[in-house]
Design a protein around this ligand. Sequence first.
Ligand code: ZN
Length: 242
Amino acid sequence: MVASWLVEAATSYNRASLEKRDGYSAFVMLPVHHLETILNWAFEALPDEILIGFDPLQSMPINAEIIEACRGVDHREDLFAGQEFVIGEPHLVNRGDSFSVHHVPEEWVDELFANDRGSRGARFTHWMHTHPNCVAIPSAADADAAQHTAGVDMILGIEFSPEGPLPWFEDAEGVRRPLNPEPKEKRGWGSWRSRQRRPVLGRASTGHSIHGLELIAFHRTGVGINVLLVDDAGHPYGLPIT
Ligand SMILES: [Zn+2]
């Protein structure tokens, strides 16, 4: 069972995804259940970032009615591989710093793929990596690594405490997509910089307090890809159709 705060956060995130849909050329659907698994891995790997690979879930095509509800005015049907399916289960591929996380150890990279498929060996269709205590904005190394991605690249920013050596960093340029429940009280929420008043969304398996999450997806050409978080049946939380 997915933690209730995460379901609330997903519902609120999806509401924003729907409001902003005209700003994106395509979307992906990621099961929240997988996000919860990834969060556990992310905390166990601290202070490292982790790299996760996914393939499309061939048994779960996104139905036409959901596509119709989630597509924007400039929607493209064929932008990336696996676009017509819900994202399948996560595979933990690597851990390391913001540069080395993208360089998958030799034993992982099938010799057949090593030459022309980039640093990750392009083993999976979609990729995600974490930004512990950093906003979900792609770095130059992230953009480079994405050049060989057939599907989409995702970044999960996690704000937590105790922070370890690297406090929350948010001075980066780019579009940010918070993955948080609706604020119960507007005042005090907008001040993430204020350490004392940070909300606690949930507790990690390692005992860390989670103060905020951010999730983005992008295509190798640099365009943003909208994300909708779905339940195990592939239905987006909070979508007003059933
Ligand atoms: Zn990164």
